[in-house]
Ligand binder design. Structure first.
Ligand code: FAD
Length: 473
């Protein structure tokens, strides 16, 4: 049986280990003292709370399927139904259904919502009167004589729907997913379904209406967009690690990668027992970009340069338990809210964990558990504030949005300095260049949040695909 070292015990690397079960002898090297990376369930005053990701995409099947495969099917759960809500222009304002990434297919849906000013709404409604021309090419020939394979999200959207709609509708949603900015994020990589529209002469709103018609579902309750895991999403990596049968070495940091005899690879690692050297037929590098660059640099300067150029957004999650029953707290129709940066707040999003997840309130029936996220790209200074300051800032803004919250029972700050890779303009080309460079290294595969999407489901896909490619080599 071939041997494989998976470097990085986040969900991407563990999905690769699971895919190789029974087909290879797998060793997972994880620098932290536990597996899971950004899937981490900790405790707050004895109550389990997710400190990183708290749900997985349900519209695409990969993460849910993996949970089922490793025996967590009975623990999968839906959030309570609640509309996407923005804290903006001085109030909590639900976003009417029927939007795509914040953009309503029919601007009339927004009237009365207060989400946009009258001028902003009128500008959005004029979209179809503005002639559309292709602003993206497909890379094989130029549009209007130029070869333009990518554009920023704001670069495409602002001339169509107006800057205010971008700032107040799209920016907060993308801030929630990427912690990024619409004037830097790639349309092709971050909103790929809009790329064909941007490469055509179709109106954006007309295209969104067409998409909505194509997706009309049967009457009745809509399926959840996301799902959670009772007890915390941190259970998923633990279950995958256990079910994979891999040898998992935590507190073990890969320091360098070198060629060993024949076509094998050698990893030098620092473990809690001292340095270690491991040889294997193949390695899967399941790391954030800069850690991957360090290992791959000696073998592929081209891959190193591209990996090092990837920017990350750091963020902090402030989780708080208030000494009151959740039923006595804010409106039960609210699971959380997003905050447009133009509103000038510190927090970018909040989740009412006790409202959103039944398992969370069953764990702590006499507590209201909330979390606030702080830090978009370019706001890394916020992570340098001490815990007490971050808790005070988060608590103050949460009470301004939700009303008085009562006595704070316990709080916890979790920092994610390398939280989310930024899919900036040109990201698809960068990923292609990295893959081409690493493709010249037989027995090395890559996976992780950098490549196909930052969500857990996309990470699972990259991990399994990396393992499959190795099996085919
Ligand atoms: C605050 C936050 C909230 C999020 N919320 C959601 C959400 O609700 N839903 C969703 O789908 N996605 C969410 N995401 C995104 C998602 O959680 C991540 O993109 C995904 O978990 C990344 O998985 P990964 O395995 O690629 O990387 P990571 O989780 O970063 O794992 C990489 C692992 O490699 C280890 N490592 C690093 N260097 C070395 C080395 N030299 N040797 C050995 N090990 C090393 C690290 O310790 C880490 O465990 C969130 C992200 C953050 C930061």
């Amino acid at each position: 049986m071939p041997s494989v070292i998976v470097i990085g015990g986040g969900i991407s690397g563990l999905a690769a280990a699971w895919e190789l079960r029974g087909k290879a002898q797998v060793t997972v090297l994880e620098a932290g003292d536990r597996v899971g990376g950004k899937l981490r369930t900790g405790t707050l005053a004895g109550i389990p709370v997710d400190e990183g990701a708290e749900s997985v995409m349900a519209l695409r099947p990969e993460a849910v399927r993996l949970a089922e495969e490793v025996g967590l099917g009975d623990s999968l759960c839906d959030p309570e139904p609640a509309p996407v809500t923005f804290w903006t222009r001085g109030a909590l304002r639900p976003l009417p259904a029927g939007h795509v990434m914040g953009i309503p297919a029919d601007p009339a849906d927004l009237s009365g919502s207060g989400l946009l000013s009258d001028e902003g709404l009128a500008r959005l409604a004029r979209e179809e009167a503005i002639p559309a021309h292709p602003v993206l090419s497909d890379g094989t020939n130029g549009s209007n004589g130029t070869d333009r394979t990518d554009i920023s999200i704001a670069g495409y959207l602002a001339p169509r729907i107006g800057q205010e709609a971008v700032d107040r509708l799209v920016e907060p949603l993308l801030g929630g997913i990427y912690a990024g900015r619409t004037d830097q994020l790639s349309l092709r990589s971050a909103l790929p379904f809009l790329a064909p529209v941007a490469a055509s002469d179709e109106s954006l709103l007309a295209a969104l209406r067409r998409r909505r018609e194509g997706r009309r579902t049967a009457p009745g309750p809509k399926p959840s967009v996301v799902r959670g895991i009772a007890g915390g999403t941190g259970r998923l990596p633990r279950a995958v690690a256990a079910a994979s049968g891999a040898r998992v070495l935590t507190s073990s940091t890969a320091l360098s990668l070198e060629r060993a005899a024949g076509s094998r690879w050698r990893v030098h690692a620092a473990t809690e027992y001292g340095s270690a050297t491991l040889d294997a037929d193949a390695v899967i590098v399941a790391l954030p970009a800069h850690a991957a660059a360090t290992l791959l640099g000696p073998h592929s300067p081209a891959a190193e340069a591209e990996l090092d150029a990837v920017r990350y957004a750091g963020s902090a999650v402030v989780t708080m338990a208030f000494a009151r029953r959740w039923q006595d707290g804010p409106s039960p129709d609210l699971n959380g809210f997003l905050v447009p940066p133009v509103d000038g707040r510190t927090i970018k999003a909040a989740t009412l964990l006790s409202h959103k997840w039944a398992w969370q309130r069953e764990e702590a029936p006499s507590k209201l558990i909330l979390r606030a996220s702080v830090g978009r790209v370019g706001e890394e200074h916020l992570l340098g504030l001490d815990d007490r300051r971050l808790v005070t800032l988060a608590r103050t803004e949460l009470s301004q949005a939700l009303g008085p919250l009562g006595d704070l029972h316990a709080s916890k700050v979790t920092r994610w300095p390398q939280g989310l890779p930024q899919y900036e303009v040109g990201h698809a080309n960068r990923v292609a260049a990295i893959r081409e460079a690493v493709g010249k290294l037989p027995g090395v595969e890559l996976c992780g949040a950098l490549y196909e999407g930052v969500g857990v489901a996309a990470c699972v896909t990259t991990g399994r695909a990396a393992a499959q490619r190795l099996r085919e080599e």
